[in-house]
Design a binder for this molecule. Structure first.
Ligand code: GLC
Length: 750
């Protein structure tokens, strides 16, 4: 019998292997082993593999029933087991005492670092740098694997177009192209080239799918979406992560057009398996299986289990619909044993790829070398490159280190807050804050918090802050949000600076001293009310462990700000959702006939204000556009040229442009190429990012930058759900952000 299984699987695998023979031959061995195991497993054990169990990371002891469940083979994986003895004991029981010795996977949210914390993912996205993202994930994996963690619930790849959404902090921003590049980089960083390397961890592309499109930016809210929009904007980052080999995918909490993702057969089977050829396993997000009852999609937990199983969900996180009801569902023939076998195959495949059968135990010699010099150096580099300079009136920055500065604000010395959301394992004792950096540099500064925390409404600290400000040359105001104000379930309807920060800034402005506002937050913060009171705006996001020194170096010109906005920065929450790659509408806004609400004549004639798509009070532009970021020098663009006026399908178009550093300092420019498909069989965005590259130029230096595009880059899914590029007119821009640049026009002709 076993010989037949071996031969059959080998034949099937080799026949199905259309691409790289080497990888499939390796997997063929796994497939043989999987079938051999499957043939020995009882129904209970198979169901056991689909169970992901959690124990509070604060548990003081390991519940005996948990150990017994593992001994019986009723658990496939754990999350949040942070006690090393528990990790070792549970794995020992699984390997040595369970019926087939199938090892456990230990998972954790290792989102932007483990102990050494990197900037939050929205900050990492602001680097526009795949190498930085890959390095941050590699270091996170190295540190996390010391705890026996071999699976992270990352990267989060939800396109986010609404800064009210708390989880924008974890997102790659609003653009699909940037997100596809960063998604692949995260997977490569976490997984490396060989997932069985004990210092690498399995990735989980999440939250599949369109979680970021929740109505109103309110977490967990309803998502309605056309299939072309899903495929053109929200799916590409997941395809990229899966093409990069993401071992797992996590289904999201939200419904899409009435069907929750966790019970969505079209998404989990037709698209994920059928189209993207995903061969890892799908895990539900926390309790999202049984939440289908609350959604009104399942009548009870057993029905929820049935819907998830029929949809192709392999592993259930924390809830127990599979554990409690799958056996009965199979007996009632509502779920087939073959469906369960496939769940188990997918889970075992990842366990084999992780090398857990050969090497199930954590490497006790792997001290993790947390916070090693190199890790901290990389974290500082990432924090520097994620920082975005949004305003620099009269080039106040960079300061001389001799400048007498007043350090004020609730985020100037907030070690916990600076780490941002999803920093469970980051230790605030290691956080280097701006105040620490100034003390270490021993430069000319005074300090007064002014406010104890970001939401503080008390003015008791104002007097001291004003005194300190009066004795200084420049005020460095470190404001923003506590970590808890972004992340899961933490959406805000008003995204101004919380507490009395604006009031404090206004009174400080009365001292006449220039104000440098350094924002640490999990989202763009609307600063329209105070922008005229501040001379400089630096966005540091939540910059992680080394944020203090990174910001010190930028403020004092030791390093330059290099970040570019991965998300549009709104003037007011009322504009949201806002995104640069929007449609033109039939009445596009036009500055020539826009009348601001404050300028409307009394009793104005009803149609005298220009019937275009704008807000009377907020207009129609963001405060700062996608792709925007200043540096300490200036760049000019000239001599744009394209290789041809028109190209055929699949023919390359070469684009050239000259970029010159016209300032006095060296600097890095992020040259961006945007395309507009002017007429389509469905309306197309006014602009879409299609290429970018970093160029470092010395003062006065010029360089010719070249890009190559083809019709492949211009494909989109139309209303017939056909992915295609279409002949016609295209505009292209090359420039420093999504609103500036040199323009060319070309055609695609049949
Ligand atoms: C949470 C989050 C998800 C996370 C999971 C495990 O609810 O939605 O992103 O990975 O549960 O902590």
């Amino acid at each position: 019998m076993k010989k037949i299984i071996f031969l059959l699987v080998l034949i099937i695998t080799l026949i199905s292997c259309k691409e790289n023979k080497t990888s499939f031959v390796k997997d063929a061995t796994h497939e043989v082993k999987i079938e051999a195991l499957l043939s020995k497993m009882t129904l209970e054990e198979k169901i056991g593999q689909t169970n992901l169990r959690g124990v509070s990371s604060r548990a003081k002891s390991l519940p005996s029933n948990i150990k017994e469940s593992v001994r019986k083979g009723n658990v496939g994986a754990f999350l949040n087991i942070m006690n090393l003895e528990y990790v070792d004991e549970l794995q020992r029981i699984a390997v040595e005492e369970s019926p087939n010795g199938i090892p456990l996977i230990f998972g954790r949210d290792v989102i932007h670092g483990f102990k050494t914390m990197f900037p939050i993912p929205l900050g990492l996205a602001a680097t526009w740098d795949a190498q930085i993202v890959e390095k941050s994930s590699e270091i996170a994996a190295f540190e996390a694997s010391a705890y026996g963690i071999r699976w992270t619930f990352a990267p989060m790849l939800d396109i986010a177009r609404d800064s009210r959404w708390g989880r924008i902090a974890e997102s790659p921003g609003e653009d699909p192209y940037l997100a596809t590049i960063l998604g692949a980089a995260y997977v490569k960083g976490f997984q490396g080239d060989d997932l069985s390397n004990p210092y690498r961890i399995a990735a989980s592309a999440k939250h599949y799918i369109a979680y970021g499109a929740a109505i109103g930016g309110r977490d967990y809210n309803t998502v309605n979406m056309s299939e072309p929009l899903l495929r053109n904007v929200y799916l590409p980052p997941f395809k990229s992560a899966i093409d990069a080999g993401s071992a797992t995918v996590m289904s999201s909490f939200n419904e899409i057009n009435g069907i929750p993702a966790t019970g969505n057969q079209f998404l989990l089977k037709d698209v994920l398996r059928g189209e993207l050829k995903f061969d890892g396993f799908v895990v539900s997000d926390w309790d999202s299986v049984i939440e289908m009852v609350a959604h009104g999609y399942a009548s009870d937990e057993k029905h929820a289990g049935e819907l998830a199983a029929k949809a192709g969900l392999d592993m259930e996180m924390t809830s127990t619909a599979y554990e409690d009801h799958l056996k009965k569902l199979i007996e009632e023939k509502k779920v087939t044993i073959e469906e369960l076998n496939d769940f188990v195959r997918n889970i075992l495949r990842v366990k084999f790829r992780l090398g857990l059968f050969e090497n199930p135990y954590r490497n006790k010699e792997h001290t993790g070398k947390f916070y090693s010099k190199n890790h901290l150096k990389e974290a500082k580099k990432a924090a520097i490159e994620s920082t975005v300079l949004l305003k620099n009136k009269n080039s106040i920055l960079p300061l001389s280190e001799k400048t007498k500065v007043a350090i004020i604000g609730p985020l100037a010395n907030a070690p916990h807050e600076q780490l941002g959301t999803w920093a469970f394992d980051g230790e605030k004792e290691h956080t280097n804050t701006p105040l620490h950096a100034y003390k270490k540099a021993n430069t000319n500064f005074t300090f007064a918090k002014g406010l104890d925390y970001s939401r503080d409404k008390s003015k008791k600290g104002f007097k001291e802050a004003i005194e300190v400000a009066k004795k200084s040359d420049v005020i460095l105001f470190f404001g923003g949000e506590e970590a808890i104000l972004s992340g899961e379930a933490h959406s805000r309807a008003n995204i101004d600076l919380p507490g009395a920060q604006e009031e404090l800034i206004k009174v400080l402005a009365k001292t006449g001293k220039p104000i440098v506002l350094v924002i640490m937050a999990g989202r763009p913060i609307t600063i329209t009310n105070i922008i005229d009171k501040i001379d400089v705006v630096l966005m540091g996001w939540h910059p992680g462990t080394m944020g203090g020194e990174a910001l010190y170096e930028i403020i004092n010109g030791i390093s330059s700000p290099e970040g570019r906005l991965p998300v549009s920065w709104p003037k007011t929450a009322g504009q949201l959702p806002y995104f640069y790659n929007h449609k033109n509408t039939g009445r596009p806004a036009d500055s020539s006939n826009f009348v601001h609400i404050d300028k409307i004549p009394i009793a104005a004639w009803q149609s005298s204000l220009g019937n275009d798509s704008h807000y009377l009070d907020a207009g129609f532009t963001p405060h700062f556009p996608f792709g925007y970021g200043l540096t300490y020098t200036t760049f000019s663009y000239s001599n744009i040229s394209i290789s041809k006026e028109s190209i055929k399908f699949n023919e390359d178009l070469n684009v050239k442009v000259n970029v010159t550093n016209t300032g006095k300092k060296a600097g890095k420019e992020t040259v961006q190429l945007y395309i507009q498909d002017v007429v389509g069989s469905i309306t197309r965005p006014v602009k879409e990012l299609k290429r970018f590259q970093h160029v470092f130029l010395k003062s006065g230096e010029s360089k010719e930058i070249t890009f190559k595009i083809s019709s492949k880059d211009l494909e989109f899914v139309n209303h017939k759900l056909i992915k295609t590029a279409e002949a016609g007119k295209f505009n292209l821009w090359v420039g420093p952000n999504s609103v500036e640049g040199l323009k060319e026009t070309f055609f695609i002709k049949n």
